[in-house]
Design a protein around this ligand. Sequence first.
Ligand code: SLL
Length: 159
Amino acid sequence: NKRIKGIVVSKPIIYGNTATELTPTEAAANNDHTHRWTVFLRGVNNQDISYFIHKVEIKLHETFINSNRVLKSPPYEVTETGWGEFEVIIRIHFPPCSGEKPISIYHMLKLYPPESDHGGARPRSPNAWPKGKPLFNVFYEELVFIDPTEEFMEILTQQ
Ligand code: SLL
């Protein structure tokens, strides 16, 4: 696959996680887990990114069943319940014609708001994170393709 020299194409992406605390009833129904969370990769303003992506692997902590989740189409996200924070690997694969290596994004799954009194300190202080308020830990990034192949360039410029 011939590469086009001197061309740089960048594609903006958004990735990260949301998390909400489970109510006692929900926790009881979910192995005493403390949170429900979603890890995701998407386009800015939800713009389609699937046209230049082959598949996305979301690698969870080994305490999860089938910890390597493979997503061949959008939404590129995983929702789970759990109790702990850990590093998630979001591995993005591109079409074979691109000759591009997969790109890995390392994301720290956050469940607990900073400086909150979640850690057993009771009663909750008045300015503690309100129960049920979702936490967002979200980042902007750009995927940069240098000297793309002719075939991949055609895909990248589709939209
Ligand atoms: C910690 N190093 O100890 C981290 C590991 C792992 C979190 C956190 C599993 C849930 C399940 C889960 O939440 N693992 O059993 O399905 O904080």
